[in-house]
Ligand binder design. Structure first.
Ligand code: GLU
Length: 457
């Protein structure tokens, strides 16, 4: 019996290593993509050891190759009548569970590697929600910072003029991500509607409530993150009450994570933007952060005008040197490296949960797991946003609206079940307490079973 398991483990590891080596050779320069794949592959050894059918059907080689990637030119006119050109993307990765689903990111760092890593993670995150959504992602290297409202509108219209032919309510449903919020989704939606000549509201999510959008969508990723962490804390007989929390970022995810953590009695002492971070030892005044970020679109450094006793520091990594019980990275990929992870651990942090996509690099994750930190990986912990996007699609299909409370309650239930499924999968495959392995396995198995059922194509 022992020999058999050992033999299967060895075979499974060999198979996974071979697929990864081929992938690496083909995508040598796509570092973020390879990082996201490696994290999942490491988790899957016991799954392949126990399910030889997955090897027979070569599920891994098939799942890492996107169904298709579309790349297109976006030409638009700025306020000085100059013609600008950006590159647009849509990665349609896997639609076994439902239409491709995932946000659009507008940020100068966007390239094929970033798009592929995000779309790949989205497959498993979306599967974990239990909602009927496949995995995709898109975006552009367009930089919205400093652009006028009219420029943003013209860019969104030009972007959609190309994208519309690849999407649809039953085909592929984009939403927001970094640099794309309700305003951008509104402009994208308006252009899609004009081109199609039909009111297909379910083609985009994250619309404004009252114009096809769902209540609680804006809050969903941040609230969902805090609901997920509450489950982790409850398991350890703890809660948010009186805990000191550091949250990086000050976008949608960070703001509503702060709001819910404060609601549960935590003291949030820091947040950041891409230029630097603020530290307010008395506790962040969220009204001020909302005014700076949601109303004025200003830098977080201006927080000091309202709260002179707070501190502002240039740069982003310093935020992880602030002592805290709970760290919630909600800014962007690879914002916590091994060194920052070690600093958090030596400062006594007990819980780290990811509101952003892949904010901890592989070294950081290994440090957290080795130190027995309660670690909530993004795929599970930040799935609340896309889960409520799926609820928005359901409301659009039913041509109705649910109340804030109804959506929030559904979100809460979904986050509890993602936690429970991840925990159970980790236990079943011999990695008790490891939510990285548990969420990867739970998400992967749903997709792999769907692929087996569909047959080879
Ligand atoms: N961009 C979000 C994510 O990373 C939400 C995607 C969506 O709502 O489709 O999951």
């Amino acid at each position: 019996m022992t020999t058999e398991v050992f033999c299967n483990d060895k075979l499974a590891k060999e198979y996974i290593d071979n697929v990864f080596a081929t992938l690496k050779a083909k995508n040598a320069h796509q570092l973020e993509f390879l990082q996201a794949v490696e994290e999942i592959f490491i988790s899957l050894v016991p799954v392949f050891a126990q399910n030889p059918a997955y090897i027979q059907h070569n599920i891994l080689s098939r799942i890492v190759e996107p169904d298709r990637i579309v790349s297109f030119r976006v030409a638009w006119q700025d306020d000085k009548n100059q013609v600008q050109v950006n590159r647009g993307f849509r990665v349609q990765y896997n639609n076994v569970i439902g239409p491709y689903k995932g946000g659009l990111r507008f940020h100068p760092t966007v390239n094929e590697s970033i798009m592929k890593f995000l779309a790949f993670e989205q497959i498993f995150k979306n599967a974990l929600t239990g909602q009927p959504i496949g995995g995709g992602k898109g975006g552009s290297d367009f930089n919205p910072k400093g652009k006028s409202d009219a420029e943003i509108m013209r860019f969104c219209q030009a972007f959609m003029t190309e994208l519309y032919r690849y999407i649809g309510p039953d085909v592929d449903v984009p939403a927001g991500d970094i640099g794309v919020g309700a305003r951008e989704v509104g402009y994208l939606w308006g252009q899609y509607k004009r081109i199609r000549g039909a009111y297909e509201a379910g083609v985009l999510t994250g619309k404004k409530p009252g114009y096809g959008g769902s209540l609680a969508r804006k809050e969903a990723t941040g609230y969902g993150l805090v609901y997920f962490v509450s489950e982790m804390l409850q398991e350890a007989n703890q809660s948010f009450l009186n805990k000191t929390v550091v949250v990086s970022g000050s976008g949608n995810v960070a703001i509503y994570a702060i709001e819910k953590a404060q609601h549960f009695g935590a003291k949030v002492v820091a947040c950041s933007d891409s230029a630097g971070y603020i530290y307010d030892p008395e506790g962040i005044n969220l009204k001020v952060v909302k005014e700076i970020k949601e109303l004025k679109g200003d830098r977080i450094s201006t927080y000091l005008k309202y709260r002179p006793n707070a501190e502002y520091h240039e740069g982003c990594t310093g935020i992880w040197t602030i002592p805290c019980d709970i760290a919630l990275p909600c800014a962007t990929q690879n914002e916590i490296n091994g060194e920052s992870a070690r600093k958090l651990i030596s400062n006594g942090t007990k819980v780290v949960a990811e509101g952003a996509n892949m904010p901890s690099d592989l070294e950081a994750i290994n440090e957290f797991l080795a130190a027995d930190i309660l670690f909530g990986p993004g795929k599970a912990a930040n799935a609340g946003g896309v889960a409520v996007s799926a609820l928005e699609m359901a409301q659009n299909s039913g041509r109705n609206y649910w109340s804030f409370q109804e959506v929030d309650e559904k979100l809460h239930r979904i986050m509890k079940s993602i936690y429970a499924e991840s925990k159970e999968a980790a236990e079943k495959y011999g990695y008790s307490g490891n939510l990285v392995v548990g969420s990867n396995i739970a998400g992967f198995i749903k997709v792999a079973e769907g692929m087996l059922a569909e047959g080879v194509y």
